[in-house]
Design a protein around this ligand. Structure first.
Ligand SMILES: [Zn+2]
Length: 229
């Protein structure tokens, strides 16, 4: 029987590619998404479609009310930055940072992994073409992996040695697009935009849209997802 893995699946380009990598490595993938009160809940529709198209063993969507905590342009009434330059995106931590989001997500993934008897958790973070979120860095991932093995019964009694896999962490957005293409990921199903337009298109101007555009342009591929700009 194939080893099980829990794959965090937002429905975006990076998580869809990470899921395809985990499948290629032979894992029986258990995809985990969060309905956390995000402004761009549209991504959950994509997560469902991506999970179905890649034939996961199970797809679970957990509800968490991070809007009650707020503190981010994605979960509170704050404007999403638009039209920023590459340099501006590369500097500092923007208001689209959701406080401790990957710690929260990984904690749930770890709980599910322990119940499933899975030792492997996949997360599609990357540092090169990213918004500079602190919980996407390799130091954070290594620290969480240590915590996972201290915090669980399976870690302490030695039945599991948890690993957090971040196969995209050192790739550029263009390399991620190319890898997705190579693995046959249906990118038309993915959703990256923080501010979906009323007509269903991506905004084309938020940091996430701009990073995605740069990736497709540099990979010399067309983005199948329609964009307003
Ligand atoms: Zn956008």
């Amino acid at each position: 029987m194939a080893a099980r893995a829990v794959v965090l699946l937002s429905g975006g380009l990076d998580s869809a590619t990470t899921l395809a990598v985990a499948r290629e490595e032979g894992y029986a993938c258990h995809a985990l998404s969060f309905d956390y009160g995000q402004r761009h809940a549209r991504e959950l529709e994509s997560a469902k479609q991506v999970a179905a198209s890649q034939g996961v063993a199970r797809h679970l969507t957990l509800r968490l009310d991070l809007r009650a905590i707020g503190g981010s342009a994605l979960t509170a009434d704050m404007a999403v930055p638009k039209g920023r330059s590459d340099e501006a995106i590369g500097e500092g931590i923007p208001v689209t940072y959701v406080p401790a989001r990957n710690t929260i997500f990984l904690s749930h993934a770890l709980a599910w992994a322990e119940v499933l008897g899975a030792q492997d958790i996949f997360l599609g973070v990357n540092v090169l073409d990213s918004s500079g979120y602190p919980d996407c860095r390799p130091e954070f991932i290594a620290a969480f992996e240590r915590l996972a093995n201290l915090a669980t019964r399976a870690g302490v009694d030695g039945t599991s040695r948890f690993r957090v896999h971040t196969p995209l962490i050192a790739l550029s957005k263009a390399q991620i697009v190319a890898r997705a293409h190579e693995l046959g990921v249906d990118l038309a199903l993915t959703w990256s935009c923080y501010e979906p337009q009323p007509d269903g298109r991506a905004c084309g101007l938020c940091d996430s849209c701009l990073l995605r555009k740069k990736g497709f342009a540099e990979a010399r591929l067309d983005d199948p997802v329609p964009s307003a700009h």
